[in-house]
Write a protein that binds this ligand. Structure first.
Ligand code: PXG
Length: 426
């Protein structure tokens, strides 16, 4: 099983057999409130009729079409809808099948772009400590999670990392963006000085780091990264696999922070998690740079058997339609205050050393048990599951990211369940 304590699980399995709207049904017939939108992906809630119907219809009408040298209308329709939704300047789309593939695609576009514009010496990639960019070799190389890296050899060479922005000492219990740390963006200048701009192709960051525990940037930090990258001819890639599709109360993190990258990496909420699909948006400038040479030749040597798969495209279109009809891409902003107040009401409970929130994401950081890191949060996870609420834990951090259809009373349920659990934890 992926990223699972396999032996623990197999001794006492936790199985879901059905899901509807905000709830899972377990194999023993219990309802579990989804506090995590599956794995941060089921933004519109479960088994939404429009998406279910679109998938069934598409599978019967055109199940598969070759993606190389052939096309089908729905992939283009979805690409156009995405271009309408993304910030101005991101005008073209490459489809993938996951966040990890979207990351690899973005990194390859960045390297190839520098080459086609005559900047072939720009081969370095810059990521960030505590960044998560999926599990493939490019992604773990620019990523900053030691457990995901240390077993897998030398990874990509020519990669450097900026420091993360998490700072409990100064920023604990911040509501929304934390006050301190904008200067950490200047570490990029230091890295540029070390390697020289002429060797650096791209910088990749999550606008808000999700997987390593909801690390929110201080105001002005991402703008400063944008200024530095622009100044040095370095591409800026936002990995919006988690922050995309309404999670922060705006369509994308780029909108929330008012910063437009050159390349945007998405997946998860694109199809509401129902069918695997990712999308990478790039600027017109990047796209056009490849459109040279004889027209019968392939411009970019990259792609997947399932790029823009018809059923995934239909799921993506139905998902975007559902978001639009129900105003879900801004619902996180409407709920943000209730969400923030609910989470921060847990301040002062045993072991809680930080609480943070932005849009409809939150994290509660616990003091680890001495000598047994992750154990305290994992037991909170098991108790929450027994008490009918699904949460995620990463290290000793509880991470929450419910579907955007959550009601205020369901927010209360998550908070009161956690309050009860925190009082009883070892
Ligand atoms: N980039 C980011 C920012 C992600 O969060 C990926 C890339 C990779 O996506 P795929 O589709 O290849 O898994 C992710 C995935 C968690 C959790 O609970 C987070 C992810 C996946 C599973 C669990 O922290 N993020």
């Amino acid at each position: 099983m992926p990223f699972t304590a396999n032996r623990q699980f197999k001794k006492s399995p936790r199985m879901f057999v059905a899901a509807k709207d905000m709830h899972y049904t377990t194999s023993d017939g219990r309802q579990v409130l989804d506090g995590t939108a599956g794995l941060w992906c089921v933004n519109a809630g479960h088994a939404r009729p429009r998406i279910v119907e679109a998938i069934a219809k598409q599978a019967a009408e055109l199940d598969y079409a070759p993606a190389f040298q052939m096309g089908h209308p729905k992939a283009f329709e979805l690409a156009n809808r995405l271009v309408d939704l993304t910030p101005d300047g991101l005008d073209h789309v490459l489809f993938t099948n996951s966040g990890s593939e979207s990351v690899e695609t973005a990194l390859k576009v960045a390297l190839a772009y520098q080459k086609v514009i005559g900047q072939g010496s720009r081969t370095r990639l810059i990521g960030r400590e505590r960044g998560y960019h999926g599990v493939n070799f490019g992604g773990i190389s620019v990523g900053g999670i030691v457990a995901n890296r240390k077993m897998f050899g030398t990874l990509l060479t020519g990669v450097d990392h900026m420091p993360h922005t998490h700072n409990i000492k100064q920023n604990a219990f911040s509501r929304g963006e934390p006050e301190h740390g904008v200067d950490l963006a200047d570490e990029l200048e230091r890295i540029v000085t070390l390697h020289d701009a002429s060797t650096i192709a791209a910088v990749i960051v999550e606008p808000v780091a999700g997987s390593t525990g909801v690390l929110i940037p201080p105001p002005g930090y991402l703008k400063r990264l944008r200024d530095i990258t622009k100044k040095h001819g370095i591409l800026l890639i936002f990995d919006e696999v988690i922050t995309g599709y309404g999670r922060l109360g705006t369509p994308f993190g780029a909108d929330y922070f008012g910063v437009t990258p050159d390349i945007m990496v998405t997946a998860k909420g694109l199809t509401n998690g129902v069918i695997p699909m990712g999308a990478v948006m790039v600027s017109k400038e990047i796209h056009d740079a490849f459109m040279t040479g004889p027209e019968h030749l392939i411009e970019f040597f990259h792609g997947y058997t399932y790029s823009g798969n018809p059923v995934a495209s239909a799921a993506g279109l139905a998902t975007l339609e559902t978001y639009k009809e129900e105003g879900l891409l801004s619902r996180g902003a409407e709920l943000a205050k209730a969400w923030e107040d609910g989470l921060h009401s847990l301040k002062g409970l045993p072991h809680v050393i930080d609480i943070r929130n932005i849009g409809l994401v939150g994290a509660i950081e616990l003091q680890p048990i001495e000598g047994a890191p992750t154990k305290r949060a994992f037991s909170a996870f098991l108790k929450a599951y027994e008490q009918g609420v699904l949460i995620r834990t990463t290290g000793d951090i509880i991470a929450l990211s419910p579907p955007l259809i959550i009601s205020e009373s369901q927010i209360d349920q998550i908070v009161s369940t956690l309050a009860g659990i925190l009082k009883t934890l070892e």
